[in-house]
Design a protein around this ligand. Structure first.
Ligand code: ATP
Ligand code: MG
Length: 561
């Protein structure tokens, strides 16, 4: 490809709307452009990378035995109503009407569509198992589209769906998909973790996320270096360290003027934060609940939502507390007329402090059973750095990551709701056991840049680079340079190397800047040393340069294949 005929509109400055390296560089290097919030155009360079990523995924999916198909993007509302997701999906679902006023949605994911296909065409256990996938544009009207390709409103996903006759078989398929995902992310040269994920309130059986380690990642992960345990904070467990038992002390109401935060109360009453118990009021869908948790721990709203089987959980507002007659800053469980959920951290805790539900007062020496009733204890706290690993008790580590893949053993959630049944060997009708498997294809392009860049631009791993080789002719007015440049270009093409020749009539400085920005792994520079019969070779991922004799270039190109 000749740069003079190509479309690679590079920018000197960082775009003002971009904050993370992938967003900055993909725009500056001319890979993508934004049309509207969270909606991107893939320019020729960007499309080349995207296709390479897609093909790596496709190859591994095909090898696993999964069958590629392509489902419609435009999906009728009836399907979504069958599973209840027409309502549950809320504003994220892009909805539209046809000329007859019938409702449709642009597919954000395709469980309903594929389940419909399968229920219409599968009758017996003999028709199963099946495992399908597609690589397709998805639409989600995200509340906060941001970070370029990382969170778009229109994006490309590989979504896959499996159908088995038994849970045992479904788990086997799930394991094959897990292995396939490992292969894909290794092929893509990503530094990633597979983590245990939240299965959601109505969720399936189990689920894993594949998370690329990047500072800008929105997923919070805890992991154990000693045994390999890793989980999304939403789902992470940890081993609870308990305080030693104590003799019960008499309950005491104490005056605590204007002290309400855990730290303030702890230092005012000279007790450790572990002996302060927070009473937190949440609104779960349409009801209010109280959570009791030790002062040094935070409530995990996902765990709480799962426990309550609620779709939406959030802290009660000041106005709501007032309406409930609860004194903000001094909330306590004694006399509280709400369902109380105790976190494991308060199980076996003695003589602790709680709010008195009266301005400027707390209770001291509170004990469960004697002063308050808490019947069950639940895992409601978020794991954090240094907590003991739930498996081996070594201190956990925390990191942020970007979710690039998600696999889910769904069970019969969709097949039951949509009556996707099969007749088993015993003649009985049973719902098909499903799994679903997603990969953020366009997000992966950003994830790779997040892990592969420096202060000059992108450093593409060879497997996904838009071109294998970048030839720069520094002086287009020098006939000898032009001749050699084009000869090397032709030779490389004949060898099947994807090559970009910078034949533009611009300054050498501008050519180097663009080459660093675009990040093609191999570079041959035709400059002054041509007078000594040499060209310069450099890799984008190292500072090393080496001179190659012109008559050895052909031989050298063979090594780049
Ligand atoms: P997230 O928590 O990031 O919103 P999700 O749980 O909604 O992700 P899934 O429904 O599991 O995502 O989608 C499968 C994959 O598609 C995700 O692992 C992610 O890589 C990608 N993905 C999801 N939403 C977006 C988006 N708005 N833009 C780009 N990629 C996305
Ligand atoms: Mg999402």
């Amino acid at each position: 490809m000749l740069a003079s005929r190509y479309f690679m509109p590079t920018l000197k400055e960082n775009p003002s709307e971009a904050q993370v390296p992938s967003h900055i560089y993909l725009i500056r290097a001319g890979f993508i452009r934004s049309l509207s919030a969270g909606i991107y155009e893939y320019l020729p360079l960007g499309l080349r990378v995207l296709r390479k990523i897609e093909n790596i995924i496709r190859k591994r999916m095909d090898e696993s035995g999964a069958l590629e198909l392509l489902l419609p993007i435009l999906t009728p509302a009836e399907l979504w109503k069958e599973t209840g997701r027409w309502d549950v999906y809320g504003k994220e679902l892009f909805r539209l009407k046809d000329r007859k006023d019938a409702d449709f949605a642009l597919g954000p994911t395709h469980e309903e569509t594929i389940t419909d296909l399968v229920r219409k065409n599968v009758r017996s256990y003999k028709d199963l198992p099946l495992n399908f996938y597609q690589i397709q544009t998805k639409f989600r009207d995200e509340a906060r589209p941001r970070y370029g390709l990382i969170r778009g409103r229109e994006f490309i996903m590989k979504d896959g769906y499996s159908f088995d006759v038994s849970e045992e078989d479904a788990i086997k398929t799930y394991e094959i998909m897990k292995d396939t995902y490992h292969k894909i992310f290794k092929d893509l040269k990503l530094d990633y973790l597979m983590v245990e994920a939240d299965v959601g309130a109505i969720g399936g059986k189990f689920s894993h996320e594949f998370v690329v380690k990047v500072p800008s990642g929105e997923a919070h992960i805890v992991y154990c270096e000693s045994c390999g345990y890793a989980a999304n904070v939403e789902a992470a467990k940890f081993h609870h360290n308990k305080l030693p038992p104590e003799e019960l002390q008499p309950l005491e109401k104490v005056y605590t003027p204007s002290v309400s935060s855990v730290e303030e109360v702890a230092s005012f009453l000279k007790v450790p934060t572990q002996k302060i118990v927070k009473t937190l009021i949440y609104k779960a869908d349409d009801k209010f609940v109280a959570v009791l948790i030790r002062g040094d721990r935070e409530v995990n709203e996902t765990k709480l939502a799962n426990l309550l089987k609620a779709l939406d959980v959030r802290p009660a507002t000041s106005e709501e507390l007032k309406e409930l007659n609860i004194v903000e800053g001094f909330v306590g469980p004694i006399g509280l007329n709400l369902p109380i959920y105790g976190d494991y951290s308060i199980e076996g805790l003695y003589n602790f402090v709680v709010g008195a539900n009266e301005k400027d007062y707390h209770y001291k020496n509170v004990n469960i059973g004697r002063d308050i009733k808490v019947e069950h204890f639940y895992d409601l706290a978020s794991a954090k750095e240094k907590d003991p690993c739930p498996v081996c008790k070594a201190p956990l580590k925390e990191t942020t990551g970007l979710e690039v893949g998600h696999i889910f053993l769904l069970g019969t959630k969709y097949s039951s709701a949509m009556k996707a049944y099969f007749t088993d060997k015993d003649g009985k009708e049973k719902p098909i056991i499903m799994g679903c498997y997603g990969i953020g294809v366009s997000r992966l392009m950003a994830a790779i840049v997040e892990q592969y860049h420096d202060d000059k631009g992108i450093i593409w791993p060879d497997v996904v680079a838009p071109f294998d080789l970048h030839i720069l002719i520094l002086n287009m007015k020098d006939e000898k340079s032009v001749k050699s440049g084009f000869e090397i270009y032709e030779e490389a093409k004949n060898l099947g190397i994807d090559v970009l020749l910078d034949d533009r009539d611009i300054s050498p400085g501008a050519k180097f800047k663009d080459a660093d920005l675009i990040g093609i792994p191999n570079r041959i520079v035709i400059g002054k040393s041509l007078n000594e019969g040499k060209v310069e070779y450099q890799r984008r991922d190292s500072q090393e340069k080496k001179m190659i004799d012109l008559d050895k270039v052909k031989e050298f190109l063979q090594t780049l294949k």
